[in-house]
Write a protein that binds this ligand. Structure first.
Ligand code: SAH
Ligand code: SF4
Length: 441
């Protein structure tokens, strides 16, 4: 069959979609670029906020109305369970996050309708499946590698543990082998994925032998892989910012100087209610340590505005924390109650208009801060991995520095280095989310 996968949500969904596409290609199906050309459309859904879930469901409804065979996969399926067929009566099949390996068989048997929710405890081990790394998916220079499935943190507002199940760390041996195989096929940069990735190897053993904290140890092992140039990972929790992690940063030049460290709130009262297990001071201390190690270290974050009971004073605490932390970038989310989570039992009492106002205030602050952080880099020379033509201006190339900052520079057709190579760019001008420069020798 000719198929297409639409992906909503996070990087882990992007990787899951890539893996399922690879499995379908291995089973003899053809991936196509447009809905019109597809007989089968898979929708990989997100449910972290209500809006995200509605987008995926809406899309599935439209495609079913257009007569396509539609399969829904991912987090929204797990949350809705059998109700997914009430919302989408004509849906052909629905598969939870840890069961997408079953899709080729479901499609082969045309066994419709089918619902596969899966059991959280049984790890799928799909990333290890050689078919999920088919030739086509190696064409790029960057690759996601899922290392930790699920989450056991149980933050009060978050549906992720309900839909992605308990933490399961893939064996280090398997991860290292996968990255080695990617590097041998031209991948220069990997991004290791986990909801709280620094908890790698804590709930279940990832290493066969003893030898230090499991995640920093993984970084050290990946540092040794020939051909691999950059190692990123996301998301992090301040509890994981240990001395051993800092030591791994210091000793491993391939590990990028950027950490996505979601803070969620700057108010100790709200942080406690969220069950985040750190205080404002502890969070800021983690940021301080990273910046003490390297003043240009980039720290980015996620923030929720309008959590139940969030007062003006709580909100101002978030504002001031963001200023103290000097974030390089921030994603702001308006609180959305998710059924079954602890906070869903609390009144969602910050009015929508007020959530929107707080959202806008934080974004405006971040624009100014991003500009200031980037202004400080004007005149410096960045090591930039070339990603391709800039989206806005095709006469320019675009890439990222170690801090994940987007850098663009003029590159006439005759002066185009290979995608995936690293070049030096001197920064001439700064914007809140982008650096503009000139290539230097
Ligand atoms: N595992 C990651 C976050 C995954 S969800 C981590 O903990 O670092 C991505 C972001 O969505 C979260 O950081 C949070 O800011 C936001 N989010 C999660 N649940 C939400 C909810 N119910 N309402 C609004 N935003 C939410
Ligand atoms: Fe959700 Fe918290 Fe787990 Fe992140 S750490 S996925 S916010 S429960």
């Amino acid at each position: 069959m000719r198929f297409l996968v639409h992906t909503y949500g996070c990087q882990m969904n992007v990787r899951d979609s890539e893996a399922v596409a690879a499995l379908l290609v291995a089973a003899g199906h053809e991936e196509v670029a447009s809905e019109d050309a597809a007989d089968l459309v898979l929708i990989n859904s997100c449910t972290v906020r209500q809006k995200a879930e509605e987008k995926a469901i809406g899309k599935a409804g439209n495609l079913l109305a257009a007569g396509k065979v539609v399969g829904l996969m991912g987090c929204a399926v797990k949350r809705l369970g059998a109700d997914v067929f009430t919302r989408l009566p004509k849906l052909h099949f629905a598969v939870g996050p840890r069961r997408f390996g079953l899709i080729p068989k479901i499609v082969a048997d045309a066994r419709y309708p089918t619902l596969e929710l899966g059991d959280d405890e049984v790890p799928e081990g799909l990333d290890a499946h050689p078919d999920t790394r088919r030739a086509g998916t190696f064409a790029r220079v960057q690759s996601y590698v899922t290392v930790l499935l699920g989450c056991d943190n149980r933050c009060s507002y978050c549906i992720v543990p309900d839909v992605r199940g308990h933490e399961y760390s893939r064996p280090a041996k398997e991860v290292i082998e996968e990255v080695r195989c990617l590097a041998a096929r031209g991948v220069k940069e990997v991004c290791l994925l986990g909801q709280s990735v620094l908890r790698y190897g804590i709930r279940n053993k990832a290493w066969e032998t003893a030898g230090g904290e499991p995640f920093p140890r993984l970084l050290r092992a990946l540092q040794e892989i020939d051909g691999l140039e950059r190692i990123r990972f996301t998301s992090a929790h301040p509890k994981g910012c240990t001395d051993e992690l800092l030591a791994a940063y210091r000793d491993c030049p391939k590990v990028c100087r950027h950490l996505h460290l979601p803070v969620q709130s700057g108010s100790d009262r709200i942080l406690a209610e969220m069950g985040r297990h750190y205080t404002r001071a502890e969070y800021l201390d983690a940021v301080r340590q990273l910046r003490a190690f390297d003043p240009e270290f980039a720290v980015t974050t996620d923030v929720i505005v309008g959590y139940p009971g969030e007062t003006e004073a709580d909100f101002e605490a978030t504002r001031s924390l963001m200023e103290e932390a000097g974030f390089d970038n921030a994603f702001v989310f308006k609180y959305s109650p998710r059924p079954g989570t602890r906070s869903a039992a609390l009144p969602d009492d910050v009015p929508t208009a007020e959530k929107e106002r707080r959202n806008q205030v934080l974004l405006a602050d971040q624009e100014i801060r991003g500009q200031r952080r980037n202004d400080a880099l004007v005149g410096t020379v960045r090591e930039v991995m070339v990603e391709g033509p800039s989206k806005r201006n095709k006469a320019r190339l675009s890439g990222r520095d170690s801090g994940n900052r987007i850098v663009v520079w003029d590159a006439p057709d005759g002066a185009r280095p290979e995608i995936g190579s690293t070049v030096r760019v001197r920064i001439d001008a700064a914007h809140p989310q982008i650096l503009v420069g000139t290539r230097v020798a």
